[in-house]
Design a protein around this ligand. Structure first.
Ligand code: KIV
Length: 275
């Protein structure tokens, strides 16, 4: 069982949204990773990862698809249940997959499933101006929400591929406004994927909620990477922001600990990982 809040008086209290806000205020970088099963979840817990995401990247790294589009709510719940069995301290977030939130009602129904069946504490959805009403609706039902901006993998067939977003001034200005609007709508965390480091910094400075980046530069309040990328398990071409922490580590646990240490010390990302 994911004991999380039951352990709040223990020597290793669980990470909550308040913890993440405090870390942002104190300038302590938030170390986040994706995870898909109980064994790795136990290692992430032991390595003191703060936030664990059951991402729809599972469609690519677990199921072998070339995009996240085929992933279903049932798939995310299956992996979320497994991950939650391995966790005690980290804050567990789960992705709403492709087309599981076309309306406010469907977003609410599927978020409730991820929380009640999967054990997630927060849901994440790929967001833009079109999702503001959905975020507002979920927040009004006291669901903790992470809004995902920048590269949105669920939209790759529409946008033309996995590309850096927000390079042009217009797009950057729009993304800053979207982030502000999503925060005002009730988003508790904003995640930025694959954008120029300068834009990552501008959005982080414009917001009061914690901002987590993946390929968004070193000035966000935290970093997230796909677990299999840092363990060098992923095959094929790797994005520029990926760092192999398995090199020289010896064991997966040592590699995960090295990632957490590097994020906390602001050693990762380095200039070579930024756009
Ligand atoms: O699905 C996922 O793993 C994600 C991360 C890339 C942030 O959304």
């Amino acid at each position: 069982m994911y004991t999380h809040l039951q352990l709040r008086d223990s020597a290793r209290p669980p990470v909550t949204l308040s913890t993440l806000h405090k870390m942002r205020e104190d300038g302590e970088p938030i170390a986040c990773l994706t995870c898909y099963d109980a064994s790795f979840a136990a290692l992430l817990d032991e390595a003191d990862v703060d936030v664990v995401l059951v991402g729809d990247s599972l469609g690519m790294v677990i199921q072998g698809h070339d995009t996240t589009v085929p992933v279903t709510v049932d798939n995310v719940i299956y992996h979320c249940k497994a991950v939650s069995r391995g966790l005690h301290r980290p804050f567990l977030v789960a992705d709403l997959p492709f087309m599981s939130y076309p309306s406010r009602e469907q977003a609410l129904t599927n978020s409730v499933r991820l929380m009640q069946e999967g054990g997630a504490r927060m849901i994440k959805l790929e967001s833009g101006a079109e999702q503001i009403r959905i975020v507002e609706f979920l927040a009004s039902h006291d669901i903790a929400v992470c809004a995902h901006l920048g590269l949105k993998p669920q939209s790759v067939h529409k946008t033309g591929g996995f590309r850096v977003q927000g390079r042009e001034q217009d797009a950057a200005t729009k993304m800053i406004q979207n982030a502000r609007d999503l925060q005002a709508a009730g988003a508790d965390i904003v995640l930025l994927e694959c954008i120029p480091a300068e834009l990552g910094k501008a959005i982080t400075q414009a917001l009061e909620v914690p901002v987590i980046g993946i390929g968004a530069g070193g000035d966000t309040n935290g970093q997230i990477l796909v677990l299999y990328d840092i363990l060098d398990i992923t095959t094929g071409r790797k994005p520029r922001f990926v760092k192999d922490f398995m090199a020289g580590a010896g064991t997966p646990l040592a590699a995960i600990k090295a990632y957490v240490k590097d994020v906390k010390a602001r050693g990762y990302p380095a200039a070579e990982h930024n756009f």
